[in-house]
Each structure stands twice: as structure tokens, then as C-alpha cells.
Design a protein around this ligand. Sequence first.
Ligand code: AHR
Length: 499
Amino acid sequence: MPRAHIVLDKQAVIAPVRRRTFGSFVEHLGRCVYTGIYEPEHPSANKDGFRMDVVDLVRELGSTTIRYPGGNFVSGFRWEDSVGPRENRPVRRDLAWHSLESNQVGLDEFAAWCRLTGSELMLAVNVATRGILPALDLLEYANHPSGTALSDLRIANGTPHPHNVRMWCLGNEMDGPWQTGFMTAEDYGKTAARTAAAMKAADKDLELVVCGSSGSGMPTFGDWERTVLEHSYDHVDYISCHAYYQEHDGDLGSFLASALDMDYFIDTVVATADHVGYKKRSAKKIDISFDEWNVWYLKEHQESHEVDDRWRHAPRQLEDVYSVADAVVVGNLLMTLLNRGDRVTSASLAQLVNVIAPIMTEPGGPAWRQTTFHPFSITSRLAAGEVIRPVIDSPTYETARHGQAAVIDVTATVDADRAAVFLVNRDTAQPAHVTVDVRSLGSTRVLETLTLSDPDVYAKNTLTDQTRVVPHTNATTTLTDGVLTIELPPVSWSALALG
Ligand code: AHR
């Protein structure tokens, strides 16, 4: 049995637990919005047509910031279509997902839904196929209190208070040839700088996210970040990272070590941003908005023909059904984002409902939790205070994709009167025996100990078996004289709350 020993020192602070790490993402894509969050005919719908069964799950998930309305969708979006009387809103073609967009849910409705779920709205503006003025108009409509043409229009449309949106993405994945209106790094860097400068002239306190690469596998990765920031550094606050992982060709060992890739990706983007900052002799640091991350069976999606030539409203798209192994990887990626809270100060799990999502729904039917729901919601609930740097003594294993990986990974947070420890066992066959020295934390009691695992690592929750995979109390946990011991099943994710 692999054995690992971990020492936690509450003085070894990495960063505060950033609540925005628990952000998510709602795109007008497939059934994320329509029959996902919005379905007026559903028995649980409120007066505004929002499914309250989904609202309850979103609250339980504990997502904080919600990025909206895209994604690739934003690059063909005219925000004006989505406000005002619903009967006047046009139906448009969305080229990104080859779908029809009815605009029955728009900015004001989505902002109201965010308030219902207790989350912060984060908006993306279309810089790909529209200019600076529409971005400024959207900003005025969304945030200006009253007394101007567009703020008064918002009020006339039934929303008296401004939405006060703080975080704004300057487009989406602008390096991707699939993006409507994609650009070179030079063109995008200049566009982003001009748009950002104008938006900050309206409100200097906005937090603006410039697009990084669509992924670290892009041929222009690194150069893209450098060039874009050379143009826009002084005007923006964040650069985005996007990363999706999947198991390739039955290589579970590599898949379980995906967090190493995320960590390396973050290192590289931070180094590139700081390189530009040093060259500019700037005192300012650019943080990372990791605003798309998840497990996504992208290869299978690209090879399938889920959407044909017809133009359909809210077709089923990207409805990945997640396994135990997927949930372990998601839990581990979230641990990495917390561990990198010194520079990753905002993140969005992509996406929230139905589309590569922790929450699934059936039209007219139930809503349920995917396996990936659990590590996210438990971490959002338990992580508090500050993230501390653990000292880990763990066996390692060789992976084809990421080199040597530790069998055991850990993240720990400490607050005034409690602590939380999150653990992953990446061994595909054996349980691991782990000891954690928590003497520095002063913890004396285990308040909660939950493990997500299953003898079938590919077990999933489905419409017909919605609770096939749920976390269980880990009865192997003990805490004696400041040393915690726990047995972690193979391919498992665990969380402990200590008091
Ligand atoms: O999240 C799904 C899609 O993935 C987004 O629309 C796009 O930004 C990314 O390629």
C-alpha cells in the first residue's frame, strides 16, 4: 500500500482563499440556458420562468462569480437584442454553435437570476465582430445608475438598479480560428487596449480580463500572451487561461495527473505576464482569470456530428456525463487553483448546467448532480481563510503525458477556528495510507470526513440513477496527538474539516 506523510504549517501561507475561485460559466449554448436554468413551463419555475430546482442546486454548488453570455457565443452577440419587451426580441442565428437564439433570456433576466442564486455576474463583451461603442453602450446600460439614454432604457425595461458588474472579459478565445472574428495577437492586443482604455474612462475601477490563449496547446501559446500584453498591459487587470482535460486512449494515470499540467500552464502564463511587466518597468502585476476549466471529452465532441445542418433552438450539445475518475480530476484541478491563489484570483468552471456541467436537467423533468458536482460544492463550502503550503512526502509514478506525478496530492486551508484538508489518491489500483501532521493548526477534532470513490471508477450519475455516485463518510479517519491518519481508496478525492 502506498504511504504518504504530509506536514501542515499554518505560517506557510500562500494566499487567501479567493471566493472567486469558485466561479462558473453560463453560455447561450445547447441547453445551458433554455431548459437548463430557464424553462417557464417547468413545474418548479418561478414567475420569471427560472427553474427553482436548478437555483437550489446552484446554491448548493456554492458557485460565486458567473461568467456570461459566452464563450464562443459572445463573438456573434448583439447585446441590444437581449433587452426590452420579450415579444420584440429578434431570433438570431448563432454561428458558434449552429443554433437559433431566441433572446428570451437576456442581460436583465440573467442578472436577476444571479441575484436569486447569490452569485456575482461577470460579463463578456463582443470585441470580435463589434466595436468600442457597443461595449461602452453595454457598460452604460448595465452599470450607470440613471439619467442617461441607456441607463434610463434599463429602468424603463423594468430594472431600476444598476447591475454594477465589476469583471468584464474583452472577448473570448480570440486566437482560435473557430472564433467568429478571430484575430492575430497584434490586432487583438491593440483592440483590447483601446476597448479597455475606453471602458476604464467610464469607470476606472472595472476589472478587465484580456484573452490569453485558448489553451496551452495552441501553436501561438506564449507568444500570444506576450504580444497581447505588450499592447494592453497598462489597461487590463487579468489575463485568461482556458484548459480542458480528458482521459486519452485509456491512459487513466496521465488523466489523474492533469493538475500538473494546469500548474505548469499557470507558471508559464505568470512568467510571461511578469516578463512583459518587468520590461515595462511596471509596478503592476497581472493576475490570472482561469475562466474556463473542466473535464471535457472534446476529442469525442469534435469527431461527432451532434448538430446537423438544421438551425435548432437549444439542441442537446456537449452533454458530457461524468464519472468518478472525472470528479477526482475536477476536485484536483480545483485544489490546484486554490494552491495558486497568489496569482489565480478568479476562475470559472465551464460550464454550469447541462453543457459540460455539474448540474443536469431534463425538460419538464428532474435536475440532478453529476459526480463532478460533489468535489466542487464540498470545497466551496469548506475552504476558508488562507491556503497554506503543505510539505508532501509521497511516492510518485511515471505518466506518459506529465512525467513523474505524486500519488498523493493535497491542499489545505486554515481559518480562525477551523481548517480543511483536501486529498487525492491517484493510484489506480491501491488504497493509500496517509498521515498528516496538523499540530501547527491546533486542530483537535475531525468535524467531517468525506470521500468520493467507487469500485467502478467509471460509475456515473444519470437520469435513471441520479445518486449512483455520492461522497461517503470516511470511517478510517483518526486524529490523535495532532496527527491525522486516513486511508484513501484508489482513484479518490477526499475532504476533511477540522476543528
Ligand atoms: O465551454 C465551451 C466552449 O469552450 C466555449 O464557448 C469556448 O470559449 C471554449 O472553446
